[in-house]
Design a protein around this ligand. Structure first.
Ligand code: MG
Length: 352
């Protein structure tokens, strides 16, 4: 039986993880869970599983400081995931990672610390889980390309003018029901940009060898092309519990009563190249990578702030990418290899 700490328990990843545990009580035991705001929900869930509940700004940090577990599931929102991840690594817990900002802002730091502590990263994101499954048994030196699939979000086919898009329209994701921040990030394709960086650090593959293809059906969750020309893909109906369960059960696979793929019923799957003009965030990610240093941390912090302002009705949809671009242009260049330096990058954006 594996013991778990779930950070961000009341969010969409946390709730799906809890659902996995509910149907596999003999395999997993939850020792603690945290939530930022949903006090009653978190306490009710904790009571159901006999776990400790932590609620509030410092809940995730306290949950990992005061408990030990085999796996810490990090599914908090944004920058706040970095500190508890570092503490969990320090304490020797494997990290089931859903919070992309941890890799985008602190990828070098957390992967270095994980290596020192002999701690594993277990991908929770469907794309990275797919790559993780495709790579099983192969060495990364045999990889030619990682290919991330993208649903394309709600604005794949329109409207022409994105500047007038409303918050409700941006939150209306065609395939996945997720939290507000990641749903907006999916609509701008910044989410896919973050996933490129996440893949770069999780699998130690250079960004130039990571491609993106739009696949609106969200059945093929990502692919790996090897040096001999063979390509492996992982397919399943879009249900985030498949990836979450594999992260928790790895290296085993557990039986689950959920929808199976029916290829004859699907009949066809479609793919196309992403549009770099409609979705400038993909370009910004590549530029931030080339800048190096703190640029990707600046980019993620700028995105977090711009998305919050868009949701609050303070800026236009197209201002999200514009704000990130401006921050990248104007930010001072400094190293970002310590937690303090990463937070300094986030603070620089906050002071804008
Ligand atoms: Mg994803």
């Amino acid at each position: 039986m594996k013991s778990l700490i779930i950070l961000g328990a009341t969010g969409s990843i946390g709730m799906n993880a809890i659902d996995v545990v509910r149907t596999h009580r003999e395999d997993f035991r939850i020792v603690a869970m945290s939530a930022l705001r949903s006090k009653e929900k978190c306490e009710a869930l904790s009571a159901e599983f006999g776990a400790k509940a932590y609620v509030g700004e410092d809940a995730a940090v306290r949950a990992v400081e005061e408990n030990d577990a085999d796996i810490c599931l990090v599914s908090t929102v944004g920058v706040s995931g970095i500190k508890p991840t570092l503490i969990a690594i320090e304490k020797g817990m494997d990290i089931a990672l859903a919070t992309k900002e941890v890799m985008v802002m602190a990828g070098e730091l957390v992967t270095r610390k994980a290596k020192e502590k002999n701690v594993k990263f277990l991908p929770v994101d469907s794309e990275h889980s797919a790559i993780f499954q495709c790579l099983n048994g192969w060495d990364v030196s045999e990889v030619d390309k990682l290919i991330l699939t993208a649903s394309g979000g709600p604005f794949l086919n329109g409207p022409e003018d994105l500047s007038k898009v409303s918050v409700e329209e941006a939150l209306n994701h065609p395939r996945w029901k997720m939290g507000a921040k990641v749903t907006i990030d999916s609509s701008t394709m910044m989410n896919k940009g973050f996933e490129i960086l996440e893949a770069r650090w999780l699998f130690d593959v250079p960004v130039r060898d990571i491609d993106t293809v739009v696949h609106p059906e969200s059945i093929v969750h990502s692919l790996v092309t090897f040096k001999d020309g063979a390509t492996m893909a992982q397919l399943s109906p879009p249900d985030m519990r498949v990836a979450i369960q594999y992260a928790l059960s790895y290296p085993k696979r557990l039986t689950a009563e959920r929808a199976r793929l029916d290829l004859a019923k699907l009949a066809s799957l479609t793919f196309r190249a992403p549009d770099p003009v409609r979705f400038p965030c993909l370009r910004l990610v590549k530029e931030a990578c080339e800048m190096g240093g703190c640029a990707t941390a600046i980019m993620a912090a700028a995105d977090e702030r711009a998305v919050a302002e868009f949701i609050a009705g303070k800026i236009k949809y197209t201002d999200i990418a514009a704000f990130i671009e401006k921050c990248l242009e104007e930010a001072p260049r400094f190293e970002c290899s310590s937690y303090e330096e990463i937070m300094a990058a986030a603070d620089w954006v906050e002071g804008r």
